[in-house]
Write a protein that binds this ligand. Structure first.
Ligand code: NAD
Length: 269
């Protein structure tokens, strides 16, 4: 038996799924032991490498996750909230590290992830990149330093196939700003302005979303004060950076106690 942790990738035909398979295939630290897709997906039964248009990787795509999870030391999951809730239970049963990149959860769904984390390590982050997690720390710091006279707006841009808005990362940055100010984001978030909205409420944290083309992901946190403005910006130009962050989380989690973690823990920020 190899000592190298075995990884299952869920949503393997997706943009992130395929990127993860490529990064794991190129890694010496992890090996691919399973590839999972939705029930009835036309990749089911095919070698995942061939289905991606390359050489065979010796791993068949399965549309029933049970068998694959039983072989896994880690599950890397960039799918959809409902699917991730189900995978959390299966990862807990398998005692596999569950790396969750999925975004778009409701508060109830986030709460529903917790029971599984009593039996497995869960690492969940709306954004797995080092730069964004640093941006989060900076946002908290700047928000704490500036008073409520400074309006905070989070503006994000993503490709035209993204299904949720604001992005998980934008919400994470909004949370960091709210934390810095010592308020709850739920009380101050201003999402989706349209029509006669009235003047901006003092202390609100606003969100705006741009969708177009193949933009991988851009986030600006704007602090607009009287007579001056500070903009903290992160731009991702290659989706591989999220995949590499997820691999790092899968490895990091191997010797950790069950519980809920995020990339701040993984990166030691
Ligand atoms: P995508 O639509 O290209 O891929 C999602 C895949 O999940 C699809 O192949 C779909 O068939 C599969 N899927 C859905 N339900 C499933 C189920 N029940 N079982 C197995 N597979 C299932 O989307 P994407 O661009 O790869 O993004 C996926 C998710 O990851 C989104 O929530 C996105 O916002 C998020 N994301 C997070 C980060 C991060 O750093 N955390 C980075 C990029 C994307």
């Amino acid at each position: 038996m190899s000592e190298i942790p075995g990884v299952v990738v869920t949503g393997v035909s997706g943009r992130m799924g395929q990127m993860l398979v490529r990064e794991i295939a190129a890694s010496d630290a992890l090996r691919l032991v399973g590839a999972v897709e939705r029930a009835g997906h036309d990749w089911a039964g095919r070698d995942v490498g061939a289905a991606m248009g390359g050489a065979d990787l010796g791993v068949k795509v399965e549309d029933d996750p049970l068998g694959a999870f039983a072989r896994a030391q880690a599950v890397i999951d960039f799918t959809a909230p409902e699917a991730t809730l189900h995978f959390a239970e299966l990862a807990a049963q398998a005692r596999a590290v569950h790396v969750i990149g999925t975004t778009g959860f409701t508060d109830d769904q986030i709460a529903a992830l917790e029971p599984a984390s009593r039996h497995s390590v869960q690492v969940r982050a709306g954004n797995m990149s080092l730069g964004v997690n640093l941006l989060k720390a900076l946002t908290r710091q700047v928000a704490a330093a500036l008073g409520p006279d400074w309006d905070i707006e989070v503006v994000e841009a993503h490709h035209n196939r993204k299904v949720d808005a604001p992005s998980g990362t934008a919400l994470m940055l909004g949370e960091a700003a709210a934390e810095g100010r010592g308020v709850s984001l739920a009380d101050v978030a201003d999402r989706g302005r349209d029509g006669m909205t009235g003047a901006r409420r003092r202390g609100d944290i606003g969100f705006a979303a741009i969708r177009g083309g193949d933009i991988v992901g851009e986030h600006d946190v704007i602090f607009a004060g009287p007579g001056e403005r500070i903009v903290l910006r992160h731009a991702a130009s290659d989706r591989a950076l999220f995949a590499r962050g997820a691999l790092r989380a899968a490895l990091w989690g191997q010797d950790k106690a069950p519980g809920q973690y995020d990339m701040t823990d993984v990166l030691g920020l």
